[in-house]
Design a protein around this ligand. Structure first.
Ligand code: GRF
Length: 215
């Protein structure tokens, strides 16, 4: 099977991009594209010899025009999969529809809890004991769409948003490359109910309790 081609969309820091690159996936990275010319992730891509392109949303009059330009740039690389990795622009339904089943996102919460922004602060405010991250296929509604994999972490006493974000981010860096690997290996499919089935993945048998009772 020929390697799949990926295009990765970023807006900033690019730590998930780094994790994806470090995972040595059976894939070719066609390009890293950012809407933000100052994104650190662009430099990461260039330093690895990967094409880094900018489609600056501020240069377009509206979302539709930006999405059309973004889609035209992506199409140059003929990707099998487009991975959003800290990409902060909301995409139009037309764009999302074009990449149906080929557009993944990582979100820093256990969806459907805490869609949108500021997930770590909101999790702390809500007093949840378990938080985490989700990789999902993108559908028109923001931060919804069939879930591929989630990782849960405990919320610890005294946690700050930053501490919690770092704990979650470490898990993002595990599950996002894993999900992309499954896609590249042809192991993801949607069942009739629109749920993701992962071929030959192991299911954990234990529960994460937070806090756990003394032993
Ligand atoms: C990650 O927490 C991701 O889940 C969210 O934005 C952050 C991006 O971080 N959508 P990075 O640019 O990958 O370092």
């Amino acid at each position: 099977m020929a390697d799949k081609t990926l295009v990765i969309l970023i807006s900033g820091r690019g730590s998930n991009l780094e994790a994806i690159l470090a995972a040595r996936l059976p894939a070719r990275i066609g390009a890293v594209i950012s809407n933000n010319p100052g994104a650190r992730g662009l430099a990461i891509a260039r330093s690895r010899g990967i094409t880094a392109a900018v489609v600056d949303h501020r240069a377009y009059p509206d979302r539709a025009a930006f999405d059309a330009a973004l889609a035209a740039e992506i199409a140059l690389y003929r990707p099998d999969l487009v991975a959003l990795a800290g990409f902060t622009r909301i995409l139009t339904d037309g764009f999302v529809g074009r990449y149906r089943g080929r557009l993944l996102n990582v979100h820093p919460s256990l969806l459907p809890a805490f869609p949108g922004l500021d997930t770590h602060r909101r999790a702390l405010e809500a007093g949840v004991r378990i938080h985490g991250c989700t990789v999902h296929f993108v559908t028109p509604a923001v931060d919804s769409g069939p879930i591929v994999v989630q990782a849960a972490v405990p919320v610890l006493p005294g946690d700050t948003g930053k501490a919690l974000a770092n704990r979650v981010l470490r898990e993002e860096h595990r599950i996002y490359p894993q999900a992309i690997r499954w896609f590249c290996e042809g192991r993801l499919r949607l069942d009739a109910g629109g749920r993701v089935v992962v071929k030959a993945a192991r299911s954990p048998k234990t529960a994460l309790l937070s806090p756990a009772a003394e032993r």
